[in-house]
Design a protein. Structure first.
Length: 297
């Protein structure tokens, strides 16, 4: 499955590295450190890292139909951010209940609609992590024009929001329940129908963020499990990929042939081992991955 060793690209020592996206036109990868309220940018060309700070946790980064604008999901709001001026240009959504609850994972569906999950806010004022004890998470969509729809509720930590290559299946997970679900998806009307257990009870860690490859296999990062598990469309385990860190958090495919998997990690209170925890890694694979859909503005 892999064509080489897992390589560390940037040792940013993130408390919780998350919310990644690769920008193909600029050959840049953006990701966040939720607890420190940071947005990182790594150039796959120059290997340089830039970082910007925000007044809330930053949980996800999304491409938009305008190359110079990113959508940033923060703890209590979703905004557009100008990559040239390095500033927020518009607020798309404000989360009711913030700061008791916060936004978490987010992705854009095949029709260009933003989907995001919420959870009990576990980021303390000093940036440390609190235990999540309330099942207050939900799954939402945010359509163009600001229409917000709640699709599911009662999650502990809403995570893993991805779609099959044809867009007919949506995957979404609950970290605390150790479960990833799937439902039928209408990729024209951006509607989620039904839902069933897809992958549950895997004993190594808990399900965090995921990516999908061109064959429809789910690459799920296992927080606390030191691995990524590649899950077949029928829910069986295809392969377990060992990682050099305890807490893999999320991943995305990059490179022009989409064969590079970028892996993001969390120090998560773990003593650093050779600077590995909380770093950005790359894995060269034999698989072609699906690239991120752009938010339609």
């Amino acid at each position: 499955m892999l064509t080489g060793r897992i390589r560390c690209l940037a040792s940013t020592q993130d408390v919780c590295g998350e919310g990644c996206v690769w920008h193909p036109e600029q050959n840049l990868v953006f990701w966040t450190d939720i607890n420190r309220g940071l947005l990182h940018c790594y150039s796959l060309t120059s290997e340089a890292v830039e970082t910007w700070s925000f007044d809330q946790p930053v949980t996800a980064v999304l491409l938009t139909t305008q190359d110079n604008l990113l959508a940033l999901v923060l703890g209590g709001r979703i905004v557009l951010w100008d990559t040239t001026a390095h500033r927020e240009t518009a607020v798309l959504f404000r989360l009711p209940g913030w700061p008791r609850v916060r936004c978490n994972d987010a992705r854009v569906d095949p029709a260009g609609v933003l989907w995001f999950g919420t959870m009990e806010n576990n980021v303390r004022a000093d940036g440390t992590t609190a235990e999540v004890t309330a099942w207050e998470g939900a799954l939402y969509s945010l359509a163009s024009g600001g229409t917000v729809t709640q699709w599911r509720s009662g999650f502990g930590i809403t995570n893993t929001i991805v779609w099959s290559p044809g867009g007919e299946t949506m995957y979404f997970g609950d970290t605390l329940a150790n479960c990833i679900y799937r439902g039928a998806f209408d990729s024209v009307r951006s509607r989620l129908e039904g839902g069933e257990t897809f992958f549950a009870g895997f004993p190594r860690g808990l399900p965090d963020g995921s990516a999908i490859d061109a064959e429809g296999y789910l690459w799920n990062c296992r927080y606390g499990g030191s691995c990524i598990v590649r899950v077949a469309p029928n829910g069986s385990i295809d392969q377990i990929i060992e990682t050099p860190v305890l807490n893999p958090t999320t991943c995305c495919f990059a490179a022009m042939d989409a064969s590079t998997l970028l892996l993001f990690t969390s120090a998560g209170g773990v003593a650093a081992k050779d600077g590995a925890e909380g770093s950005l890694f790359s894995l060269e694979t034999r698989m072609h991955g699906l690239l991120s859909t752009r938010l339609r503005l």
